[in-house]
Every structure is written in structure tokens, then in C-alpha cells.
Design a protein around this ligand. Structure first.
Ligand code: AMP
Length: 580
């Protein structure tokens, strides 16, 4: 049987200045590059005079030439922070006969094409991130943009939550809190999150949509322009300023046109700029009702947090070392990709280390699978059930431990078997409790106890939860779906057959005992129903529904016999004791 590869779900960071797209490949989240090898696409859309739409770096390069035709930072128009002074773009969307949703859709379409080219496969679903402060209308607008781009938006994810996923903080325990400090090119966001019931809740969010690395570039450009006697809006100066700023994040000095600039000089210019994030941080903490010491982690997002000065500032505000383990410009896209992988099931291998990949159970009467710990149960887990003997005078019970999703024991995998001895008892007389305990390491401890003697038999099976190869798990699940109808029919058939096989001898016995005391009509009715059940049992067709109905009819028809039998037994007993 062919194992179906599910179509991947994209993770998309639809940013104000840059957008990124990723996908989970072979269990790993990866960000996808365009044909130029770039993993980041400028969120710029050029509406050419010929109505031709261009997206990304090519559009951005034309901005100086066509300032009114190049749409940038459109996210600000979709998602204006409530109460914040409006931002006036250099273009008029209505002149371009377009809307923020349509422009966003163009960017998403471009990202979809980047992904399809890289994956050599078409994609139709995505997780898209939005700022935590986006309201319903803004989230819906983003979703609409996705749909317009031909993507089913399976989840709108908050950016700080995505960042936390990328930093691996989904493993935090209940009520642990984190701050996500996000300083990008044009916007600043600070969010305080708390882990509740296994998911992040945004406790507070604050920020400034007009504060980012671009502002510092302008300040530095002015400083440089003065020294080299060029206008600060000269493209060489503004681009040079950004390059110098970036260089100074790793080096102590950088040069522009023979001019040497030190990190100390940049930091002097940057101090008031970075100082503006402070009040927002304090505000978010106070809105969340917590003190900085109560945070378990502070994570950094956005390219500007690469600056040592920014890190110093964050350390000072929160009184702790920020976590810098992830690439700050890619964290949101990476988190969106991880979320997409979880939703699409392709991250199963990584994430299900803590859950059972397949159901665990034992074989019961008639060769059926009896599930004790269902698939996807979080481990450690413990569950048990009571079983009895099917045959009279049985003196032991064989317990086959199974793993799988099929209804019949024979279609699942046998992990082991144990034999539980007990003194011979009539049918249904034994009481054997079977308990499964799956520990945190995925080791299954099976305990079977004969309750009459309190004798325990135990077995340890290793690697049930974690060592199952992913393809085999997928195949087992796929087969359980493919054969669901046949499997269920066989289960119902077996359960009904067991019941019928008990009922038929009981009916024969009753008829023999009652002899002529019942009227012929009733008797032939019962015999007819019994014959119908026997016929079905002998037929190779295994028609579960017909057998169930026939058995039910026989059961109903014999109700009167059962009452008569009881009456007769009572009468006999009374007469034996001379009471009647
Ligand atoms: P983002 O919006 O996350 O892509 O961040 C973009 C901003 O980060 C721009 O202002 C960049 O100039 C800035 N940035 C990127 N890399 C660095 C770096 N190494 N040092 C300082 N700023 C940087």
C-alpha cells in the first residue's frame, strides 16, 4: 500500500517590512529561499503603469523611481493599533485601484510561489502570523488576503506565540511566563505570555508601530551625511548607514567612504531611540500584573535585537539575560512553520515523544482488540481493565499485548504475551485485572493480577512509545481508516456471534425443559428464530447486521420462555418443600 504524503502546510510570517515562508520537511522546520537564495522577501508591491504587479526585492528597488506606485508597510493599514496616530503612506491605494487585503494577497501569492518552486509541489494551506494586538477585523482581513491568494488559512497565529514556539518554550510548565521583545525594521512590540492548559495566553501587549531599525538608520544617515558632506537622503548614505549599523553589531568599527565610525558613536546616537521601548515594556508588565522577576524567560525577536546595545537595554529593563538562542529575524516564521507542522501532522515524530503514537491493548474473546491506552495519550499514563475466562475449567489466561489501530487482534502488532494462572473455575468465574503503565521513557509495564489469589504476573516492554518508525505508524493509521468499515463489521459480527453462541444452547435447554407446557405456535416461533440465527452463523458472508437483528429477535422471542422457566423453578422448589 502506498503511504500518502500529506500536502505540507506553509508557515508564513507576513511582516511589515519583510515576509518569510517555511515548511516542515522530514520532521524539521525549514524556511524556503527564492530563486536568488533569499529567505526574506521585502513586503513591497509595485503596481506598474501597465497594471503589472511586481512583488519583493524587485518592487522595493523601484520605490525611489515610483514612490506613489510602490506599496510598502501595507500591514500598517490593515492593522493600525487602536488609538495610535495614523501613518500616512506615500501612495494612495484607491488611486492604484487596490485595497490592503489585495496588496497583502499579492505578497502571499508570491510566498506561495516561492514555496511551490522550492518544494516542486503545489500547496494550498497556510498558518499566517499577526501581531498579538490585531483585533478580529484585522485577523479576518489577513485571513481574507490568504484566501484571495489561493490559500486556506488553517490558523491565524499571534506573533509572540510563534516566537515562543521557535524558541522551544512550548515545553514550559503551567503558569510560567515569558516576555517577547520584538524590535524589527519599522515596529516595536512587547508581549507578556503565560502558559495555561498547554497553550500560550497573551497577558498583555504594548508597543509602537512607528519605532524600528529604520529610524536609527535615518539618525545615523544624518550623522554620516554631515561628516561626508552629502545630503542625508542620498540613497548611498541611507543604504550605507544601514550597512554600517549592521556591521557595528559584530565589529567595533565600520567605515563608509573612508569615514571610520565606532560602535560607541552609534550607541550614543541610538540611546534615546532604544530608550523609547522602555515605557512600553514597563506598561506591558504592569498590564499583565506582574513584576519582571516573575518572568521565566525573555526572548528576542526582530533583526534590530542583534545590536549589543539593544540586548544591554533589555537586560537592564527585565533584570535578566535575554535568550538569544534563535535567529531573531526568522523566529516568527519558524514558529509559524512549527505550528503548521503540528497541525499537518508532519511534526509527529518530534512532538509525539510525549504521547503514544499507537493504541495499546490486549486481545479479548473472539480475537478482538481491546484498547487499554488509546493512541495520542500523553505519557506517563496508566489504565486498566478487568477480564474473565471464556471457557469453563480454564486454569490460566493468555494475555496478548497488542499495539495498533485495527479492530481485530490479528491485524495489530503483538508486543508480548503473559500467562496468568488461576485455580480452575467455571466460565466467567475468574477475575483478572490487567493494568498498563506507560512510563515517561515509553516503557510499558504490564501487570496482570488474579484477584482471587492476589497473584501478580508482570512484563516490561521497551520502546513502545518512541521506537516505532514514523512510516509504520502512518501505515497503521492509514490502514485503520481504509479498513474501518470491514473492521467494524468484523467486530460487530464477532461480538454478536459470541452472544448468539451463548443464547442458542440456552434456548435448546429451555425448550427441552418446558416440553409440552408451551403452546405449539410459540414453540415453532422460537425454533424458527433459532434456525435463522444458526443459518447466519454458518454463512460465510459474515453479515453482522443481519446476525445482530436475528439474534435480537431470538432474544425477544425467548423472553417469555425465560419467565416460564423461572416460574417453574419457583413452583418446583415450593412443592418440594411441601408448601403447595
Ligand atoms: P526585521 O523586521 O525583523 O526583518 O528586522 C529588520 C531590521 O533589523 C532592520 O532595521 C535591519 O536594519 C535590522 N537588522 C538586521 N540585522 C541587523 C544587525 N546585525 N544589527 C542591527 N540591526 C540589524
Amino acid at each position: 500500500m502506498k503511504i500518502m504524503q500529506p500536502a505540507p502546510i506553509l508557515g508564513i510570517d507576513l511582516g511589515t517590512t519583510n515576509s518569510l515562508v517555511g515548511v516542515v520537511d522530514s520532521g524539521f522546520p525549514i524556511l524556503l529561499a527564492d530563486e536568488n537564495g533569499s529567505r526574506s522577501t521585502p513586503s513591497a508591491v509595485l503596481h506598474g503603469e501597465d497594471d503589472k504587479v511586481t512583488v519583493g526585492a524587485v518592487a522595493l528597488r523601484q520605490r525611489a523611481l515610483h514612490p506613489t506606485r510602490t506599496v510598502t508597510s501595507v500591514k500598517r493599514l490593515i492593522g493600525r493599533r487602536p488609538g495610535e496616530a495614523g501613518w500616512v503612506p506615500p501612495y494612495v491605494l484607491s488611486d492604484l485601484k487596490t485595497t490592503p487585503v489585495e496588496v497583502s494577497a499579492e505578497i502571499l501569492k508570491h510566498l506561495k510561489a516561492v514555496a511551490e518552486r522550492a518544494l516542486e509541489q503545489s500547496v494550498s494551506k497556510a498558518v499566517i502570523t499577526v501581531p498579538a494586538y490585531f483585533n478580529d477585523a484585522q485577523r479576518n482581513a489577513t485571513k481574507q488576503a490568504g484566501e484571495l491568494a489561493g490559500l486556506e488559512v488553517v490558523r491565524i497565529l499571534s506573533e509572540p506565540t510563534a516566537a515562543a514556539l521557535a524558541y522551544g518554550l512550548d515545553k514550559l510548565s503551567e503558569h510560567q511566563k515569558i516576555a517577547v521583545y520584538d524590535l524589527g525594521g519599522g515596529t516595536f512590540d512587547i508581549s507578556v505570555l503565560e502558559m495555561r492548559d498547554g497553550v500560550f495566553q497573551v497577558l498583555a501587549t504594548a508597543g509602537d508601530t512607528q519605532l524600528g531599525g529604520d529610524d536609527l538608520d535615518r539618525l545615523l544617515a544624518r550623522f554620516i551625511a554631515e561628516k561626508v558632506s552629502l545630503p542625508p537622503d542620498d540613497i548611498r548614505v541611507s543604504e550605507g548607514a544601514e550597512a554600517v549599523k549592521k556591521r557595528l553589531s559584530s565589529d567595533e568599527t565600520a567605515s563608509f567612504n573612508g569615514l571610520e565610525i565606532t560602535r560607541a558613536e552609534l550607541e550614543k546616537i541610538a540611546k534615546p531611540w532604544i530608550g523609547r521601548t522602555r515605557t512600553h515594556c514597563l506598561r506591558a508588565l504592569s498590564d499583565a500584573g506582574i513584576k519582571a522577576e516573575q518572568l521565566d524567560e525573555v526572548i528576542l525577536v526582530g533583526g534590530s535585537t542583534r545590536m549589543p546595545l539593544v540586548r544591554d537595554h533589555v537586560r537592564e529593563i527585565f533584570g535578566r539575560e535575554p535568550n538569544t538562542s534563535q535567529n531573531p529575524d526568522e523566529a516568527i516564521a519558524l514558529g509559524a512553520t512549527i505550528q503548521a507542522g503540528i497541525l499537518g501532522g508532519s511534526l509527529r515524530q518530534v512532538l509525539l515523544l510525549d504521547v503514544t503514537p499507537l493504541s495499546l491493548g490486549i486481545e479479548t474473546f473472539g480475537g478482538l482488540m481491546n484498547i487499554i491506552i488509546p493512541r495520542n495519550t500523553t505519557i506517563p499514563a496508566k489504565a486498566g481493565e478487568m477480564f474473565t475466562n471464556a471457557v469453563a475449567n480454564q486454569s490460566s489466561m493468555l494475555i496478548r499485548i497488542l499495539q495498533g489501530e485495527r479492530e481485530l487482534a490479528k491485524d495489530n502488532w503483538e508486543l508480548g504475551r503473559i500467562e496468568v494462572p488461576f485455580p480452575p473455575v467455571p466460565k466467567g468465574g475468574a477475575r483478572v485485572g490487567v493494568q498498563f503503565r506507560l512510563d515517561a521513557n515509553g516503557i510499558l509495564h504490564v501487570l496482570a493480577r488474579d484477584t482471587a489469589t492476589s497473584t501478580d504476573t508482570t512484563l516490561e516492554i521497551r520502546g513502545t512509545a518512541v521506537d516505532v518508525a514514523d512510516e509504520r505508524v502512518e501505515q497503521m493509521i492509514a490502514e485503520s481508516v481504509d479498513f474501518a468499515f470491514e473492521d467494524m463489521n468484523e467486530r460487530v459480527w464477532t461480538e454478536t456471534r459470541l452472544k448468539a453462541e451463548e443464547l442458542l444452547p440456552a434456548v435448546d435447554l429451555a425448550l427441552a425443559q418446558l416440553g409440552n407446557t408451551i403452546d405449539d405456535g410459540e414453540k415453532s416461533e422460537v425454533i424458527r428464530h433459532a434456525a435463522a440465527v444458526k443459518n447466519l452463523l454458518d454463512s460465510p458472508a459474515h453479515d453482522a447486521r443481519a446476525l445482530k437483528e436475528a439474534t435480537q429477535r431470538l432474544d425477544d422471542a425467548t423472553q417469555a420462555l425465560a419467565v416460564m422457566l423461572i416460574d417453574r423453578a419457583v413452583e418446583e422448589s415450593l412443592s418440594r418443600r411441601g408448601l403447595v
